[in-house]
Design a protein around this ligand. Structure first.
Ligand SMILES: *Cc1c(COP(=O)(O)O)cnc(C)c1O
Length: 394
């Protein structure tokens, strides 16, 4: 491939997203990896390590994305692509030994929580959920004085959709002391904003569906680690459980990754402007955005994130005889530019009242609206929000 690990380490992430994962710089090589549509590979004799073998074991179309993501996260090994973020969650949870203990944020991504809860109910492991912003409470669950120590700590920071901030350094250190490995879901931040491996995490997880691919046209997931044993276990799980990426989706994800730095630069600048304007609006009861100096997670976020991402949440005040939840629904319906849809991290701005999902934890307030800021002009985005907020008064 075009960029060695050493070269990548010396370049800025803005350059790596463009330069990593390209075919060799040789005459007549294509500059983009072609899509390989083949379920099997020519071969005779016993399969050796490194042989492609079969389409569930490997595909050349995955390689450039996996290499680029590994380099961006500062890992010494390529990442692993999966069919979805949740396929990656499934593979990561398989690292917990039978009868082990998983400590997980009570406001993890809802799908991760549902999966962990169902596996725990089957007796695969014990699940302990906790407010991940409360460092002492997490430490207590990792190594209780009178109970079993944890085998895995799951981190998500900021959390989806509550935007709670975990102290990643302190918690990974405490987890390692307790003998647990640490998986960090870095979907909200991407490696351009936060690098969990450098903060001590063992494994980084992405829903590639979101910022990394960036155009709301792909469902994919990924894991990254620098630990050869862990990577081999994960790769084996991917082969045997079969949660593999389609070659076309992998190609689209790499195409999206090329513009990640530009997209993030624009969307987080706009998110900061919108957060500022929303925070002084009387129709809004509360706002969470780690970039706001008044946000409870601001100082901690500053210590571990390069910038603050472009997801925020607001809670609507009751208005015009409507409850906060009904005001939130009315706001979403009154928007003309923002797209009312689930998901986040695309070029288009998305907005959603989270509790419209039955699986969303009831501890997520029913008047909470999550905003994923896209790359449109910020004043157009604000004008649309403003007219929808004004409609609440009428
Ligand atoms: C969307 C999301 C996931 C799940 O990813 P899919 O690609 O939808 O399977 C996991 N974690 C976070 C934080 C997410 O936002």
């Amino acid at each position: 491939m075009s960029l060695s690990e050493q070269q990548a380490a010396q370049l800025s992430a803005e350059t790596v997203v463009v330069a990593a994962g390209r075919p060799p710089r040789e005459r007549d090589e294509p500059v983009n990896q072609p899509i390989v549509l083949s379920s099997t590979y020519f071969g005779t004799g016993p399969l050796a390590d490194g042989d492609r073998g079969y389409g569930r074991y490997s595909n050349p179309t995955w390689d450039p994305f996996e290499e680029a993501l590994g380099q961006l996260e500062g890992a010494s090994l390529p990442g692993l692509l999966y069919a979805s973020g949740l396929a990656a969650v499934s593979s990561a949870l398989s690292l917990i030994p039978a009868g082990g203990v998983l400590v997980m944020p009570s406001h993890s991504y809802a799908g991760s929580l549902v999966m962990a809860t169902e596996l725990a109910e089957k007796g695969m492991f014990e699940l302990r959920t906790v407010d991940i912003a409360d460092t002492d409470a997490v430490k207590e669950l990792l190594a209780p004085a009178d109970g079993k120590a944890a085998s895995m700590l799951w981190l998500e920071s900021p959390t989806n959709p509550m935007l709670g901030i975990a102290d990643i350094r302190a918690l990974t250190a405490a987890a390692h002391e307790a003998g647990a490995i640490v998986v960090t879901d870095n979907t909200f931040s991407t490696p351009l904003v936060q690098q969990p491996l450098s903060l001590g995490s063992d494994v980084v997880l992405h829903s590639v569906t979101k910022y990394l691919s960036g155009h709301s046209d792909v469902v994919l997931g990924a894991l990254v680690t620098s630990d050869e044993k862990i990577r081999a276990t994960l790769l084996h799980h991917r082969i045997i459980h079969g949660g593999i990426a389609g070659p076309f989706e992998a190609w689209l994800a790499l195409r999206g990754l090329r513009t990640l730095a530009l997209r993030i630069e624009r969307s987080q600048a706009s998110a900061a402007v919108l957060a500022e304007r929303l925070s002084s609006d009387s129709r809004i009861e509360s706002i969470r955005f780690p970039g706001l100096p008044t946000d409870p997670g601001h100082e901690r976020a500053k210590s571990q994130m390069k910038s603050f991402g472009s997801v925020l949440n607001i809670q609507l005040a009751p208005a015009g005889g409507l409850s906060g939840a009904d005001a939130a629904d009315k706001l979403v319906r009154a928007l003309q530019l923002w797209l009312p849809a689930t998901s986040l991290g695309g070029v288009e701005s998305l907005i959603e009242r989270r509790r419209r999902h039955a699986a969303e934890p009831v501890s997520v307030p029913d008047n909470l609206v999550r905003l994923s800021v896209g790359i449109e002009n910020v004043d157009d985005l604000w004008a649309d929000l403003k007219q929808a907020l004004d409609a609440l008064d009428g």
